[in-house]
Design a binder for this molecule. Structure first.
Ligand SMILES: *Cc1c(COP(=O)(O)O)cnc(C)c1O
Length: 383
C-alpha cells in the first residue's frame, strides 16, 4: 500500500486537467455556466455553483478524504465551524451529547451557547474517563460523544477504540477533533471514529496564513454530513483551498522536525527547576504515553509546561521579550509560539502552578533553548 507521505505528494492534483500545471490552480467562481437548459435541469454537470464546490475545493476534499480513509470530506471556513458542523450532523433539539472536558476552548463555548440554544443538551466528562465509566452516562437520547485527544492545553490521551465500541453499541456517533495529530499521525476512522474534524488552520495549512476546517465522515454518516453542510451553506474559498493543498505537500517533513525539536526541548524542560512537569504524550513517563504509543504513529510540536508556583507578573516577565517565541493564539505554523493558559474546566485539575503552552516551530532548536533559558532568568528575577 502506498505510504501516507508518498500520498501527500500526489493527492489532489491532476495536471492533465489543468494545462499540465503541477498544482491544481485556484478557481474563483460563484456562477457556473451551463451549455443548455437540458444540462441545467438534469443537474449532472460536475460543477453547478461555487458554493457547491470548485475544482480547487474538491481537490482538497478528495485529498483529505483519502488521507482520513473516509467516505466523504467537506470543507468549512474554519476549524471551529467544522466542529459545529460535525455536531449538527448528528444532533438536534432534544438530543444529548457527551463532550470531553479537554475540548478546544471555543468549541466548549459554542456547545454551551449555540448548541444549548438549539436544544442540544451537553454534558462534559473528565478526559481520562474510561469507556466503562462513560457508558454510565449514556442516556436514551444521547446521540454523540465528542472526543479530542490529546486534549487541548492539558494533552490527556483517550482510549478512542474502547469509547467508540461502547458508543456504537448504543448507536451513538463518535466525533473526534484530530487537529493535534493530523490524519498523518492518527487514523481516526480506523480507530472507530465516525466524524473526524480538522482545523487545517494548524499544521496542514502550516504557514499561519489561512483559516480552514474539514469534516470527514465514514459511509454511515456521509449523507447526513453532506446535507448538514449544504443546509448551513458552508463552503471554502479557492484561495484558501489552494494554500492548504500547498501546505499538505510538506506536512510530513514539517511534522517530523516539529516533533524532533519538541521532544528534545520537552526532555530538557523536565530537568529545569522552574518546571514542575511537561504535558507531552510522546514522553515515556507522560500519563497518556501508553495509549499514545498504541494508537498514534507520531506527534507534533505542541505541548504545555506546568511552572512551579509563579505569580502572573513572573509569567509575564518570562514571556515578554522572547526572541524566537512569539505570543499568539493558534499553532501549527512554522514559527514558535508561547501562550499563558487560562482554561475553563468542569473537572479542575490541580497543577503545581501556571500553565504555558509552547508551539515548537522550525527554528534551530539551540536558539529556542537559549530563548527559554533567558526567559527562565526573567521569571526567577520576579518571583
Ligand atoms: C484551533 C483549533 C480549532 C479551531 O480551528 P480554527 O481554524 O481556528 O477555527 C479546533 N480544534 C482545535 C483542537 C484547535 O486547536
Amino acid at each position: 500500500m502506498t505510504k501516507k507521505d508518498t500520498k501527500l505528494v500526489g493527492l489532489g492534483r491532476e495536471p492533465s486537467l489543468h494545462a499540465g500545471a503541477v498544482n491544481t490552480p485556484v478557481y474563483r467562481m460563484s456562477t457556473v455556466l451551463f451549455p443548455d437548459v437540458e444540462t441545467l435541469v438534469d443537474g449532472n454537470q460536475p460543477y453547478t455553483y461555487g458554493r457547491r464546490g470548485t475544482p480547487t475545493t474538491r481537490a482538497l476534499e478528495d485529498a483529505f478524504c483519502e488521507l482520513e480513509g473516509g467516505a466523504r470530506t467537506v470543507l468549512t471556513p474554519s476549524g471551529l465551524s467544522a466542529c459545529m458542523l460535525a455536531i449538527l450532523t448528528v444532533c438536534g433539539a432534544g438530543d444529548h451529547m457527551l463532550v470531553t472536558d479537554s475540548i478546544y476552548g471555543t468549541t466548549r463555548i459554542s456547545c454551551q451557547r449555540l448548541a444549548k440554544r438549539l436544544g442540544i443538551n451537553v454534558t462534559f466528562f473528565a478526559p481520562t474517563t474510561t469507556a466503562a465509566k462513560l457508558k454510565e452516562q449514556f442516556r436514551p437520547e444521547t446521540k454523540a460523544v465528542f472526543l479530542e485527544s490529546p486534549g487541548s492545553i492539558t494533552f490527556e490521551v483517550q482510549d478512542v477504540p474502547a469509547i467508540a465500541a461502547a458508543a456504537h453499541e448504543k448507536g451513538i456517533a463518535v466525533i473526534f477533533d484530530n487537529t493535534w495529530a493530523t490524519p498523518l499521525h492518527f487514523d481516526a476512522l480506523g480507530h472507530g471514529v465516525d466524524l473526524s474534524v480538522q482545523s487545517a488552520t494548524k499544521y496542514i495549512g502550516g504557514h499561519a496564513d489561512v483559516l480552514l476546517g474539514a469534516v470527514t465522515a465514514n459511509a454511515a454518516y456521509k449523507e447526513r454530513l453532506v446535507h448538514a453542510h449544504g443546509d448551513l451553506g458552508l463552503c471554502a474559498s479557492g484561495d484558501d483551498a489552494f494554500l492548504t493543498l500547498r501546505g499538505l505537500r510538506t506536512l510530513s517533513v514539517r511534522l517530523k522536525r516539529h516533533q524532533e525539536s519538541a521532544t528534545e526541548l520537552a526532555i530538557w524542560l523536565k530537568t529545569r527547576p522552574e518546571v514542575a512537569r511537561v504535558l507531552y504524550p510522546p514522553l515515556h513517563d507522560d500519563p497518556g504515553h501508553v495509549l499514545w504509543k498504541r494508537d498514534f504513529t507520531g506527534g507534533c510540536g505542541l505541548f504545555s509546561i506546568v511552572l512551579r508556583d509563579a505569580s502572573d507578573e513572573a509569567v509575564a516577565a518570562m514571556l515578554n521579550g522572547m526572541k524566537h517565541f512569539s505570543l499568539g493564539y493558534s499553532w501549527g505554523g512554522f514559527e514558535s509560539l508561547a501562550l499563558p493558559c487560562r482554561y475553563h474546566r468542569s473537572f479542575p485539575k490541580k497543577f503545581e502552578g501556571p500553565l504555558v503552552r509552547l508551539h515548537i516551530g522550525l527554528e534551530n532548536v539551540d536558539d529556542l533553548k537559549a530563548d527559554l533559558v533567558a526567559a527562565f532568568e526573567r521569571l526567577r528575577g520576579v518571583s
